[in-house]
Design a protein around this ligand. Structure first.
Ligand code: SF4
Ligand code: SF4
Length: 285
């Protein structure tokens, strides 16, 4: 079983489009949407939901009013200003437990809080593990880890897992790349694109994950694309392809057309070339 993760230094670089196209090209793979903060791989895969479960990803403090003597210690010690006039604000509470510790009456306790839902689905390209966060809940590495772990519940013959990773470099990103065999970083030809690429490659390098790079919409700024290519050469990171800007991709997604239509676009053709190289890295002959 080989695991490929598609990453980017920030959202909106075309990471999910590349992941979706790879899933169609691989034909049968286990699909994972680890971008739990802004999941949209389902828009491309049109999954049929099989199972949905609550995910308890945080703790929240609750008070037993009968035990409370209104001493005010909890409010005094809460550094998140989550207690005001002795009332707990669930939107500010970080579940740190300090108030529970300082309360002399044992009136406070921490309870598990449902922060999202994990889902297992079927798609024509293979089984699909994904999630959705509750509104206002923070994307957590724990939820990403659970989404990846849930693939163990499938019975499958597929030899490849394709993960649409989290953007950025924080805890959910680390959870989406850890233990994978290969990362493909998708970037854009801009100064911030290069900066984000440097950051994400720093993370994959730190975790010892081999990385490849592709540039999306490279023709919007050929000079910057060249600069990114030079950077990759200097760093010894293989540039596996460049994808042209193609408004037709957006049309395919907007009209909810099958992924095969995406592969027929100009951008899709370029992604197909990238896939051939990525596949050779995953399954060298
Ligand atoms: S510390 Fe405990 S007893 Fe004091 S105000 Fe807070 S909940 Fe009530
Ligand atoms: S658990 Fe922490 S953040 Fe929440 S109310 Fe208590 S002290 Fe404040």
């Amino acid at each position: 079983m080989r695991q490929l993760v598609i990453v980017s230094g920030k959202g909106g670089t075309g990471k999910t489009t590349v992941a979706g196209a790879f899933i169609a090209l691989a034909w049968r793979s286990i699909c994972v949407d680890a971008d739990v903060d802004a999941p949209n791989l389902h828009l491309l895969l049109h999954p049929k939901l099989l199972e949905e479960e609550e995910f308890q990803g945080a703790k929240i403090v609750v008070k037993d009013e009968e035990k409370c003597t209104e001493c005010g210690k909890c409010e005094e010690y809460c550094r998140f200003q989550a207690i005001k006039d002795l009332k707990i604000d669930p939107f500010r509470c970080e579940g740190c437990g300090v108030c529970v510790y300082v309360c002399p009456e044992g009136a406070l306790k921490l309870e598990d809080e449902v922060t999202g839902y994990t889902m297992l689905s079927r798609t024509r390209y293979g089984p699909f593990s994904h999630a959705r966060l509750k509104i206002g809940a923070e994307a957590s590495g724990k939820l990403v880890t659970q989404v990846r772990k849930n693939i163990e519940r499938f019975t499958y013959q597929e030899e490849l897992v394709i993960i649409d990773g989290c953007p950025g470099i924080g805890c959910p990103v680390i959870a989406s790349i850890s233990g994978t065999d290969l990362a493909l970083a998708v970037t854009e030809p801009s100064v911030s694109g290069l900066h984000d690429l440097q950051r994400i490659l720093g993370v994959t390098r730190h975790f010892g994950i081999k990385s490849l790079v592709c540039i999306n919409k490279y023709d919007l700024c050929p000079e910057m694309s060249e600069e990114i290519e030079d950077y990759c050469t200097r760093e010894g990171v293989e540039m596996v392809g460049k994808i042209p800007f193609d408004p037709e991709v957006l049309e395919v997604v907007r009209q909810e057309r099958p992924l095969e239509d995406l592969l027929e676009t100009k951008a899709g053709k370029a992604i197909e070339g990238i896939w051939e190289t990525v596949k050779n890295h995953l399954f060298p002959v």
